[in-house]
Design a protein around this ligand. Structure first.
Ligand SMILES: *[C@@H]1O[C@H](CO)[C@@H](O)[C@H](O)[C@H]1NC(C)=O
Ligand SMILES: *[C@@H]1O[C@H](CO)[C@@H](O)[C@H](O)[C@H]1NC(C)=O
Ligand SMILES: *[C@@H]1O[C@H](CO)[C@@H](O)[C@H](O)[C@H]1NC(C)=O
Ligand SMILES: *[C@@H]1O[C@H](CO)[C@@H](O)[C@H](O)[C@H]1NC(C)=O
Length: 288
């Protein structure tokens, strides 16, 4: 199967007949230690991506960077031989250009690039950001997938980077790629149709099945924006990390109305948004 064929991807999705999501309706306290370690691991990579080209993570060599100067969107493709994974990470907000895009909450029709997701709309600024970088990402990823054909794909990012991770993940999935997505401090990115599509195809109905782990933290002020009154809805199962960070202190929550969204009394880019598990945006941890 050629991974770039969207039609092969669609058939694979149809054949897989994903089961309906949302089987749980109440938050549950505590997660498996292995899952906790995984969400902390990818958080470190997502936060390190802000540090730019000078940051090198031990045992996770960077294979490529992608950048569009017009939109100031930047990210890495890295490789982890221990877990046999290729990791795409998107940087979050660092500039006024990024911030202007954050504020464009007009819902964008995605039918030009994601026709299989009927009626789906995403955050207008992030969608334009994705369009500005998609050719580079597909090209760099294809090179690495040809070199490491049996490696699985991970997509991650924090904040705006989490939004791009979410939107790009839908596109990767529609191209027949199998992947797991880890986002942190992700704002709302979808209308209800897109949220449902992500829930269905990433099987977010339980922590056992989900391919999309959306981690939130305490009262991170970015989680509740853009507002549901603007036509937005969070997709996916949420992992709500409380302090002090631990597997036991992390909740598994259904989207909307619970956990970070319900308890949220923070606004904008506050300390709980910048620091996850004690690691701040731009911290280049595990450096050589
Ligand atoms: C906001 O996003 C929409 C949808 O992507 C786009 O049509 C519009 O041009 C954007 N506005 C600005 C000011 O970039
Ligand atoms: C960068 O983004 C702009 C705006 O979307 C686009 O016109 C341009 O073609 C992109 N450049 C590259 C190299 O992809
Ligand atoms: C805000 O929410 C957090 C939990 O997200 C809670 O610990 C804190 O007490 C709340 N603060 C106020 C003033 O309600
Ligand atoms: C870690 O990140 C925070 C928040 O961005 C920053 O203030 C701090 O200087 C960083 N520390 C290091 C060692 O990079």
């Amino acid at each position: 199967m050629h991974w770039l064929s969207p039609f092969v991807g669609l058939l694979a999705l149809a054949a897989a007949a994903p089961s309906p999501p949302a089987t749980f309706t109440e938050p549950v306290k505590g997660i498996d230690n292995k899952v906790f370690k995984r969400i902390v691991h990818f958080l470190k990579i997502a936060q390190a991506t802000y540090a730019g080209d000078s940051c090198h993570i031990k045992n996770v060599p960077r294979l490529a960077t992608f950048y569009n100067a017009t939109t100031d969107i930047y990210g890495w493709i890295s490789r982890d031989d221990a877990t046999r994974e290729l990791i795409i990470s998107f940087r979050g907000t660092v500039s006024d250009i990024n911030h202007d895009q954050n504020l464009n909450s007009t819902l964008a029709d995605m039918s030009a690039t994601l026709p299989e997701c009927v009626g789906c709309k995403s955050h207008g600024g992030y969608y334009l950001n994705w369009l500005s970088i998609q050719d580079q990402v597909y090209a760099r990823l294809q090179e690495q997938q040809e070199a490491y054909p049996d490696y699985s794909l991970i997509v991650t990012g924090h904040s705006l980077g989490g939004g791009l991770a979410g939107i790009s993940s839908a596109h990767f999935l529609a191209r027949g790629l199998r992947l797991t997505t880890f986002t942190y401090g992700e704002p709302r990115i979808s209308n209800p149709a897109f949220a449902d599509w992500l829930d269905l195809h990433f099987k977010t109905g339980s922590l056992k099945t989900t391919g999309y782990l959306r981690t939130t933290h305490a009262n991170d002020g970015i989680i509740p924006i853009p507002a549901t009154s603007l036509g937005y809805r969070h997709q996916g199962l949420e992992l709500w990390a409380l302090d002090p960070p631990s597997a036991q202190n992390t909740w598994v929550c259904p989207p909307e109305g619970f956990c970070a969204e319900a308890s949220n009394n923070g606004t904008g880019i506050n300390t709980p948004h910048i620091f996850y598990f004690g690691v701040g945006s731009g911290n280049c941890t595990k450096t050589v």
